[in-house]
Structure formats: structure tokens, C-alpha cells
Ligand binder design. Sequence first.
Ligand code: FAS
Ligand code: PHB
Length: 388
Amino acid sequence: MRTQVAIVGAGPAGLLLSHLLAAEGIESVVLETRSQEYVLARIRAGILEAGSVDVLDRAGLGERLHREGMEHRGIHLQWPGERHHVDFVDLVGRSVWVYGQTEVTKDLVAAREAAGQELVYGIADTAVHDGETERPWVSWTDADGREQRLDADVVVGCDGSFGPSRHAVPDSARETWERVYPYAWLGVLADVAPSTDELIYAWHPEGFALHSMRSHEVSRFYLQVPAGESVDSWSDDRIWESLARRLGEGVDWTLATGPITERSVLPMRSHVASPMRHGRLFLAGDAAHIVPPTGAKGLNLAIRDVALLAPALVSMLRGDHAQADAYSDAALRAVWRATHFSWWMTTMLHTSGDPIDAQLQQSQLRWVASSPAGAAGLAENYCGIAAS
Ligand code: FAS
Ligand code: PHB
């Protein structure tokens, strides 16, 4: 088989890239190790920056988002006895949207199928070859156990945090940075109306908690737990009691509970791989960078990478390499801005057990909540800023 762009991974990055390329007449094939059913059922991110919404709108993918998504002016910061609203619209003139990554993926898959996109699911043993040459190719074992090969002008690794593409960049040409945080998130999905109008990010001596949502009927919660924690350690009662305490349940606010429909433990780490290009192999999304989800950046960074990479590949395949040559540096400036902000939010809100950290964190929270400058710093990063 042969195509112009071989895309490894059918997550948001890979699917959106195939969509943006097709809009410019560039053919691609998307290769995915999981089944379509698995990809469509994955529960991940929940927040879209206005910039991400713009990309989806321009690509003709925003109709259901605007119908079913929820536009939020800001977030609430909570710590014992205090709750403060940070109003992004007042501070930086931008809002954010609550629309689950699961829904973004459904919209992308529907659009790609309607366009007749070649999407190969259920592959194994994926490997990228000759990325540094003019004739890169991808090999895999198909669902029937047959060896397959796809030759392409360009290969793009959109295969997430555990995919093989990043390793097709030789160690001699690659630099990586990694920070593993000493805690994890227990994520909970529940069929209960949110007990808040906008997200609540809560610092508590017992640990961080987040009250998010997916709709007016479904809530999404996260609890800081020790790294490596087992989901089995958390009964429904323990989950609800911890969430209520950490989120500040009291005389003037209570947390509604309901049936828990999904729970999972998500490790917290930062990872950046540079460069995001090696010859005719490009990387986008989690294949190149991982951020702790505290800053709601993961999905938005993937969309930002692809919005930068798609026009660069179109130009390159038409003979102009300038944007493709600039892609990695431009993408990495946004990656480091988001990585720093995710670290800043994570270390401000997660308890370490060290008493001085608790004092520093509460002072930082009081400053952000009371200083327009502090609040604006959080707002412009949370809403997504042009990389400085
Ligand atoms: P993805 O991981 O979404 O997609 C990569 C695709 O490549 C997958 O479909 C995978 O099956 C496929 N693949 C992997 N190896 C392959 C191979 N060898 N061959 C072919 N295909 C292969 N971000 C937030 O902002 N908020 C959150 O709450 C949040 N929660 C998360 C929970 C989990 C468990 C994880 C892992 C991530 C979470 N993230 C969250 C981050 C997440 O949203 C990512 O940023 C986002 O999915 C990035 O999209 P992609 O780069 O497309 O990677
Ligand atoms: C979510 O709703 O899944 C979500 C929201 C905000 C975050 C992380 C996750 O920072």
C-alpha cells in the first residue's frame, strides 16, 4: 500500500490530522492498534480551550459541541473555609468549553467515516521505518495475523504516551525530560447532576479534589491518591465522603451523589521529547509530550500540534518545506508553556505531606484568589496562550 501521509494512532491527534489534511486534498491512512469500539469508549479529557473550539469549528466539527457542550466563564478555587471564582472572561476575555474528549472523538470518527477515510483498526507490532529518508514506511501485523506494509511520503506518530513512533527517532537525535509526580488521580464518572455551575479545583490537607462534569446529568470527579493506588481501595462511600470533605461540603453547600459508572487511576507525569520531527517522521500529541491533567492541557496541546502540523505538511508536499522545518521548535514552545502551567497547577493543589508545602500552597492560593495579576496569570494559561 502507498499513501501521502501515514498516521499512526486514531486518537484526537491522528483523527483530526487526517481531517485537516483531507480538506486540502492530501490523502492519508490512519493505523490504530485498538478496536473502534475501544477508541470510542475511552474516557479522557473534559475541557476545550477557545482556540481548540475554533480549530474544530473551522474544520466543520463544531456543530454538536455548540449544541451539547457547556461554555464556562471560569473555575472555582477551593480550600478549607474558602471558595473563590476566577472569572476568565473578566480577566482575559476568553472562556473555556466543557465537552468530553469522548465526544470529540465520536465527532471525528463520524466525520472521517463519512469522508471515506481509510482507517485500519486492530493492528499489532507497529513499527516505523526509514523516517530519516525520502521513503519512510510503516509495518504491522493485521487482525488476521498477516504482515502489512504502508509506504508514504511522510509518517506522523500520533500514537500517544505508549506508542512506538517516538522511538523511531534515534536516541542520538532525541532529548527527553521526565518528571513523575508522587501521586495519582482516581477518576470517577457518576450519573448525577453537577453540584456546581463551574469546575471546582480544591486543595485540602487530605489531598486534591476536582469537581468537573460532562453534561447537566453526568459529573466527573478526581481525587488525589498515592501513586500506584488500586481502584479496589476505594468503595463508593469512601469516594463520596472524601469528595464531600475535600470539596468543602458545609452548611451552604452539599455534594449530590449518584451511581458511579466508571472509575480508574491515572498516573501523573510530565514528559517532553524533542525534536518532534526527524526527517520525514513527525510527532504530535501525547506521542511527543505528556502533562499532568491538572491544567486541562493534554487534549488542547494535541489539537494545537495538529493545527500547526497540518498546513506545514500540505506546504511540504507541495514543495515548500519552510513551515515543516519550523514545526518542532514552534510546537515545543507551546508544549513547554503548557508543561510549566500544568506543573504550577499540580504543585499548587496537591498535598505532599510536608507542612511547609501546605503553607506555601495556601499562600499561593490566597494570592491567586485576591490579586488580579495572580488570577490573570492562571486565566491566560488555563485558556491557552500563544507560546512565549
Ligand atoms: P491518544 O493517547 O488519545 O491516542 C493515541 C492513539 O494511538 C490511541 O488510540 C492508541 O490506541 C493508539 N496507539 C498506541 N500505540 C499504537 C500502536 N503501536 N499502533 C497503532 N496505534 C497505537 N487530559 C486532560 O486534559 N484531562 C484529563 O482528564 C485527561 N485524562 C486522561 C486519562 C488517561 C487514562 C490518559 C492516558 C490521558 C488523559 N488525558 C487527559 C490526556 C489525554 O486527553 C491526551 O492528552 C489526549 O488523548 C492526546 O491525544 P492523542 O495525542 O491523540 O493521544
Ligand atoms: C475533566 O473533566 O476530565 C477534567 C477537567 C479539568 C482538568 C482535568 C480533567 O484539569
